[in-house]
Design a protein around this ligand. Sequence first.
Ligand code: NAD
Length: 322
Amino acid sequence: MKILVTGGAGYVGSHAARTLARRGHRVVLYDNLSTGHAALAQGFPLIRAELADVALLRQALDGVDLVMHFAAHAYVGESVLNPRKYFQNNVQDALVMLNTVLDCGIRSFVFSSTCATYGIPAQIPISEDAPQNPVNPYGDTKLFFERALNAYSAYGLRSVLLRYFNAAGADESSQLGELHEPETHLIPLALDVAAGRRDHLDVFGNDYPTPDGTCIRDYIHVNDLAEAHLLAAEHLSSGGSSLALNLGTGQGHSVKEVISTVERLTGKAVRHEIKPRRPGDPPTLVADPGRAQKLLRWKATRSFDDIIRSGWSWTTRSAAKQ
Ligand SMILES: NC(=O)c1ccc[n+]([C@@H]2O[C@H](COP(=O)([O-])OP(=O)(O)OC[C@H]3O[C@@H](n4cnc5c(N)ncnc54)[C@H](O)[C@@H]3O)[C@@H](O)[C@H]2O)c1
């Protein structure tokens, strides 16, 4: 298959691109490098362009069988302060892209959605049938686009909506890994403290109704996510129907567990300070990944320790390059 990967110079998209290429698919990356990095696109044709640049997008879509759409703004806090930026990119420009995809005759689409579309869940683990009530504009934009994809089945579009929980870790080669600027994700921040690149880590709340009082999240290795994208593409190319699937491990880890695991595996201390809770942080978010296991025959195979170890190799390698 020839696959266009929007956001392919970003964290998750770059890992997915390698997994697709290793399986023999032809991959073209489409990215404006707003938060992506040319270094993560190495070895692939990269079209540096905006989602809404219809002329360039049409050229990029020549001969493409399927589109994987990772390109988005993805900072929850920023989306609260500047929602316009999020609706512009994740909805308005993304719809221009989707309409161009349809106009070019492509009917297979894989979308990076998020557990943020569920908002504050009433039940853990979260199944795909849980109500979707986002509590921030980022989640709203992702849910909007999910709904557009569902409605576009009217045009014969088949889509797989992949709702990731917390992507983490790095490619086992240590050539690729998480590179967000600014970094807001817990594991890379904890690894940076261990590597001496940050003074300390802020822990937002230690009085949650969880066993150790800190928030629990479902961390999923980025290459397990990448493999789910490959299976989703192959599901669609073999005529499979539209799906919405949670991608997580089904296991939760608290902030304190993240810190103690980083300390155990790196042998370094992770200095941290307890801060007040952040508004809108649910105590626990853990996926029920049963549907993806059943319908895609996908299961996360990498452990929590694998996530921390691969992230540490990437952190120390990228620190050495600086
Ligand atoms: N990282 C996570 O834990 C996580 C969890 C759930 C969902 N997601 C979703 O996965 C996707 C990828 O996330 P990520 O962590 O890799 O983020 P990222 O910022 O590393 O990657 C996004 C990429 O999209 C590109 N991009 C953004 N707007 C664009 C535009 N208008 N035109 C062209 N390119 C554009 C950026 O340059 C970047 O390379 C996003 O859609 C995000 O919402 C991520």
